[in-house]
Design a protein around this ligand. Sequence first.
Ligand code: PLP
Length: 492
Amino acid sequence: MGSHAMMNPLDPEEFRRQAHVVVDFLADYYLNIENYPVCSQVEPGYLTKTMPQSAPLQPEPIETILQDVQKHIIPGLTHWQSPGFFGYFQSNASTGNFLGEMLLTGFNSVGFNWLASPAATELEIVVMEWLLKLLQLPKSFSFSSDGGGVIHGSTCESFVCTLVAAREKKLSQREADLGKLVVYCSDQTHFSLQKGCRVVGISPNNVRSIQTKKSMNFQLSPDALLTAIESDVRAGLIPLYVCLTLGTTSTTAVDPLLALSEIAKRFLVWVHVDAAYAGSACICPEFRHFLDGVEGANSFSFNPHKWFLTTLDCCCLWVKDQSDLTKALSNDYELLKNKASDTKNVVDYKDWQIALSRRFRAMKLWMVIRSYGVTGLQEVIRKHVKLAKHFEALLIADKRFEVVVPRNFATVCFKVLAPNASNEDSKRLTETLLDSLNASGLVYMTHVVREGVYVIRVAIGATLTEEKHVRMLWDMVQEHTTHLLASFADIE
Ligand code: PLP
């Protein structure tokens, strides 16, 4: 590279050359991904100790930088795209997505209102309407009615925006003290709802986390919701918002949307349906029934960045009445004023989200949908569900394991059983099994504890996971359990 005066950070030919080098680097990463331990095995501080203390004064070539990525960064990565990744919920990716991400980053168009990038806004509307049809969401969520969809970065952001919309709507309807508003959820609801409540000024004392039971597969009970709401009303409080979940994080439970939203409606409570993980499955007709009752919701969201071949960050949110969102989130700033916005015939997405600036996320979602088509996306879901079903059947057939809750989608929850083992023994055995499987570096899973039961969660959904990887996992589960139970019997 020449002197500073000659440096052009956006030289098209340098961009072409360097981008090819990075694409080759990534293609090789994917070729070799199975050689890396799925969960990173570095110690805390490993990188800060190695990296120079100060930023380089002079420019460095891409080749040198990539050598450092290979040597220092890759060892500190947990390889979420590895076929042995069965942790949390997957964040699966695809070539179509990467190319879409390249385009949106390459354009770096900010798109806060229609004029700032008409294509960014209009493509988002197109994609959200495609998805609405694909999920068979009610027409009331469509731009052709009073509703509409927006792409947020995360479900947490969708929680905050819908909570603010519900809060402003309620406070505009009746004079009330913020301290009287109450939010309802279950003890299985994603913890980011609690954070969202704090952000919008709902006291933790006014968040009712209603207890669920294993005997009811951890669903939120309509009776329990009704009891909680009635008790708050009697106490002079104001029910505001209920979050229902389609596919809870711990065990993929599905709340009965219809019965719960009917109760909420009686008390003018805003209903949000969080389908972060399982929403993607509902593009297959055989899973669509899980969404029955969504018509009673005010808002619905799902994360393509989990199970839709789309990378972070991408959460699709629909609302039934777009003015609920825009009244709560719009601002009027001279710098942004323009004739198109003045007509009120355009969507200004800055009024549908927290931040002003926004990424052109519709580009990657559009690329994903076009690259694989509806049939390709359905095939991915069905493949993962089939693998999970098979894995579940193997566990059920082996007396050493218990499948703790029935599988709804592609996540299987199980624990180890042993003759004469107490609950405490079973917990210890299951935990030890998980640790030893993860220590192999070949697979990675995570756990939850529900009603005191320690459970291994196997979330099958990485793009590269094939039957042979699930077979390998099953072989490992059996082999490690055999050793474990032999030493347990010795101790006894
Ligand atoms: N809701 C559910 C059911 C989830 O499983 C998750 C994450 O796993 C979230 C919400 C949080 O999603 P995000 O990271 O997009 O905020």
